[in-house]
Design a protein around this ligand. Structure first.
Ligand SMILES: Nc1ncnc2c1ncn2[C@@H]1O[C@H](COP(=O)(O)OS(=O)(=O)O)[C@@H](OP(=O)(O)O)[C@H]1O
Length: 326
């Protein structure tokens, strides 16, 4: 082949799959151009693309989330070491490198119907928190407890070592066995207790029980018949009333992260809902059910009954919640 345009074009025209290039060749005819860096690169291109694809596939199937962790290092949060992709993947319980399942370092131990779900969901906005989504009933259920701590640990979500794993089971608060068992696991564990005006908590508890029974087509005694005895005394044999007689305490010592902006009031729902950069959510309809109408005199009776217990509780936690006493 000759140098110049002609030779160059001839070279390409021998390969009908390639388009002729405009202008002169960089280096003479076929033989010479095939040894140029550019044409070597051209020949190598399919091999490079194929090898890269193969490499990505191997990487993807070996470390499904590893690829996401490598991708976007610039988006990694300074405080958490997590980027939004890995956080999201993490929340879906996929394992990423550097994570493992850990025993909880904090527990929401109650109180039932006092906003325990709202509390765990709101805490979970903090990137140093990793919640366990379901109530484990590990410390208050003999059969589950007999499975051992390793069984419990394996049911916890994956977390980084700078994250606090948290679980909520409100009935730990009313279990005789749970305190000693929790202490045996970790005597420095943080316990969180959320409380609510006790008479209203009883009504909330009753509403849930009532709804569950009605769903099964069963009869439900009206509220006043559950909370008062036939001679008008407080029925303190009613479990919901026993649960509302509080005691215990709190705290986590985490860097400040969750801010007022993370909450907004939803007029329709009548409750605060949550949001961050990537999502917003309200709790499901089972939270914040409309309560049945109750004679105010019955609520007043309940409040009088709870008043001395509340005083003891205020003293114990060093805070007066100012709940009504009539
Ligand atoms: N943000 C937000 N959204 C919805 N609901 C909220 C919220 N904050 C607190 N609450 C109150 O939470 C009550 C339910 O409490 P729990 O989650 O502890 O219930 S449970 O024990 O897990 O069944 C639920 O009780 P009811 O109103 O009686 O349904 C709510 O009053």
């Amino acid at each position: 082949m000759s140098f110049g345009n002609e030779g160059y074009q001839t070279t390409w025209s021998e390969d009908p799959g390639r388009k002729p290039s405009r202008g002169p060749p960089l280096m003479g005819g076929r033989c010479e151009s095939s040894s140029s860096p550019l044409s070597s690169l051209r020949r190598m291109a399919p091999i490079i693309v194929f090898s890269s694809l193969l490499f990505c596939l191997v990487l993807y199937y070996t470390f499904p989330i590893g690829a996401a962790a490598i991708y976007a290092p610039s988006a990694v949060s300074e405080t958490t070491g997590l980027d939004s992709v890995t956080t999201e993947a993490y929340r879906k319980r996929l394992r990423i490198r550097g994570t493992q399942r850990r025993l909880p370092q904090a527990l929401i131990i109650g109180v039932r119907k006092c906003g325990t779900r709202a509390l765990i969901e709101m805490l979970n906005l903090h990137p140093h928190i990793q919640k366990n989504g379901i109530e484990m009933h590990f410390f208050d259920d003999d059969e589950r407890y007999a499975n051992g701590l390793e069984w419990y640990r394996k049911r916890m979500p994956y977390s980084f070592d700078n994250q606090v794993t948290i679980e909520k089971t409100p009935s730990y608060f009313i279990s005789r066995e749970a305190p000693a068992r929790i202490r045996a696991m970790n005597e420095t564990i943080k316990l969180l207790l959320i409380v609510r005006e006790p008479a209203m908590r009883v009504l909330s508890d009753y509403t849930q029980i009532m709804e569950a029974k009605m769903r099964k087509g069963r009869q439900v005694a009206p509220f006043h018949k559950k909370v008062l005895t036939p001679d008008g005394e407080i029925n303190d044999g009613f479990k919901a009333i026993q649960i509302s007689q509080y005691a215990v305490q709190r705290f986590l010592r985490l860097p400040l992260h969750i801010k007022p902006d993370n909450f907004y009031f939803n007029e329709t729902k009548g409750f605060y809902c949550m949001r961050n950069e990537t999502f917003q959510k309200c709790l499901a309809d089972a939270k914040g059910r409309p309560h049945p109408y109750v004679d105010p005199a019955v609520m007043s009776r309940l409040r009088k009954f709870f008043a001395p217990f509340n005083e003891q509780f205020y003293e114990m936690v060093g805070r007066n919640f100012g709940w009504p006493s009539s």
